[in-house]
Design a protein around this ligand. Structure first.
Ligand SMILES: [Zn+2]
Length: 126
């Protein structure tokens, strides 16, 4: 996009030099066409600049949406998991305080009481 702006700026400069060159020719219509072309190119430059700005805003919006999607947790089988299927995370802490707390697996001999335990709210999950 920056190259496009540079290209248009160069074109405007070239048209301006054509205007100077044409002083020899006294053709009013020719001068008018060159003047119109200069205005047209200047307007294109402004439009391209606006499009670049809009494009940047859209890129930022897409980035924000992708980041939100990555931090969103999915609830399945009584626990939360992230977009990479990592987890499980504590459903109580996430539902109450939006805290993403990874559950720790209890030693095998403790599984009768619960397989996972939340290190923050101390809840035990089977
Ligand atoms: Zn918890």
């Amino acid at each position: 996009m920056t190259e496009l702006i540079t290209g248009i700026t160069t074109a405007i400069t070239m048209v301006k030099s054509l205007k100077d060159f044409d002083k020899k020719f006294k053709d009013a219509e020719y001068k008018n066409i060159i003047a119109d072309l200069t205005i047209e190119l200047a307007e294109i430059k402004i439009k391209v600049s606006d499009l670049m700005e809009e494009n940047n805003e859209l890129r930022n919006t897409i980035k924000e949406i992708k980041n939100k999607e990555k931090t969103k947790l999915i609830f399945k089988s009584g626990y939360y998991f992230n977009f990479n299927d990592e987890g499980p995370y504590c459903p109580g802490c996430y539902d109450l305080k939006k805290q993403v707390i990874r559950l720790t697996e209890q030693p095998k001999m403790m599984h009768n009481f619960g397989k996972y335990r939340c290190p923050v709210c101390k809840s035990v999950f089977k």
